[in-house]
Design a protein around this ligand. Structure first.
Ligand SMILES: Cc1cc2nc3c(=O)[nH]c(=O)nc-3n(C[C@H](O)[C@H](O)[C@H](O)COP(=O)(O)O)c2cc1C
Length: 364
């Protein structure tokens, strides 16, 4: 029988499926349930040191489409299928001091599962660099196997945090410099997909010591307005701001960005995130080069599992094992990256005739 065991960034995973940093990993209770269900690891909800106060309304909505009337809406209708999540939730509001004993207990209870702490601080001052170090050291001392640096939250007011800094290679380098000097576990860097310089940002992170890039965080986006009520599907006092789109709707865009990084840095590690609902999506991330897979929206949407994807992890592992058995693969390394070289420049794709010169006239 095929083995789902995966070595990624020098860590041994019982399977490559990890719950992403989000509500499914916001508490000890949920993470214990996730490990019991079979997830290979979790990235905790992002832990920080700055004040956190969420909006006075729903933080997340789940948007669905239907065959009958295929518009996208959170409204309840018969026979709908999932389209996406939209959220404007901030990072964890549980303070670091309360996270630390929880992390210790989680690692002690499930030593074979990978516990990755997502952390976030600011940039531009020595004090903020010390904040990154403080967070990383505290989580590692409490048993975390790796650290994920959140440089990708798409809805931060502070200009020195989250997706607001992910364009700045100097800041990426300085944060990695501070964190790698403070701890010796693998450092994953979660980048935002919404920058035109993603490949350069990933290159800067790898060069500065990142063991992996985690991609994608949610895409900056707005919720929809209802034509009957002129209300946004989520708003507070009639107002809304940019939030993050996740789920199936971002799959193709996430894959393209993973492919871009994988082609530029084929020997480096990528944790693929964005729209994974089952084996087929996971397969697509693996063939573009991802060696680890993170899931959020699909786990949150599963009814009766407390939002940690109990059935989902069973299906993912069963379907992956079944696929590998059928194909005679012994590990995901046997098919990881097989699509990489088949993503080419537009002009390299065969034309109906030879009379094509990349959009230019053929010189006579
Ligand atoms: C409600 C919600 C909260 C999230 N909070 C965080 C967070 O604190 N830190 C983080 O790095 N990503 C956060 N994310 C992003 C997810 O980890 C993930 O990158 C994104 O949802 C895409 O994966 P998906 O398509 O499987 O949902 C959050 C996503 C959602 C829906």
């Amino acid at each position: 029988m095929a083995s789902l065991k995966t070595r990624f960034t020098d860590l041994d995973f019982v399977n490559p499926f990890v719950l992403a940093s989000a509500p499914p990993t916001e508490s000890k209770r949920k993470i214990l349930r996730a490990f019991e269900a079979g997830w290979g690891g979790v990235v905790t909800k992002t832990i920080g040191l700055h004040p956190v106060e969420n909006v006075a309304g729903p933080r997340t909505i789940f948007q669905r489409s239907s065959v009958e009337k295929p518009y996208v809406s959170r409204n309840k209708r018969a026979d709908t299928v999932s389209h996406s999540s939209w959220n404007w939730e901030l990072i964890s509001d549980q303070p670091l001091e309360l996270w630390l004993p929880d992390l210790e207990e989680l690692k002690a209870t499930y030593p074979d599962r990978m516990l990755i702490a997502s952390i976030m601080a600011g940039a531009g001052t020595e004090e903020e660099m010390r904040n990154w170090q403080k967070l990383a050291q505290a989580c590692v001392n409490s048993g975390c196997d790796a650290i994920e640096l959140n440089m990708s939250c798409p809805h931060m007011d502070r200009k020195d945090m989250g997706a607001n800094i992910a364009n700045d290679e100097d800041i990426i380098r300085s944060i990695l410099g501070a964190v790698t000097a403070a701890v010796s576990v693998p450092i994953w860097v979660k980048l935002t997909p919404s920058t035109s310089t993603l490949v350069d940002a990933a290159g800067a992170a790898y060069e500065a010591g990142a063991a992996a890039i985690s991609l994608c965080n949610t895409f900056p986006s707005l919720p929809l307005m209802d034509p009957e009520t002129d209300k946004f599907e989520v708003e507070v006092d009639g107002l809304v701001t940019s939030g993050g789109l996740g789920g199936l709707a971002i799959l193709h865009q996430a894959l393209q960005r993973v492919s871009d990084i994988s082609k530029a840095y084929p020997d480096q590690a990528i944790s693929g995130i964005g729209g994974i609902r089952g084996f087929r999506e996971a397969y697509n991330f693996i063939v573009h080069g991802a060696g680890n897979l993170q899931v959020c929206t699909a786990a949150m949407e599963e009814k009766g599992s407390g939002g940690v994807g109990v059935k989902l992890i069973q299906e993912l592992t069963e379907d992956l094992r079944d696929y590998m058995d059928r194909k005679g693969y012994s590990s995901i390394e046997d098919f990881r990256g097989i699509a990489r070289d088949r993503i080419v420049e537009h002009s390299q794709v065969r034309r109906k005739s030879d009379a094509y010169n990349g959009g230019y006239e053929i010189a006579s």
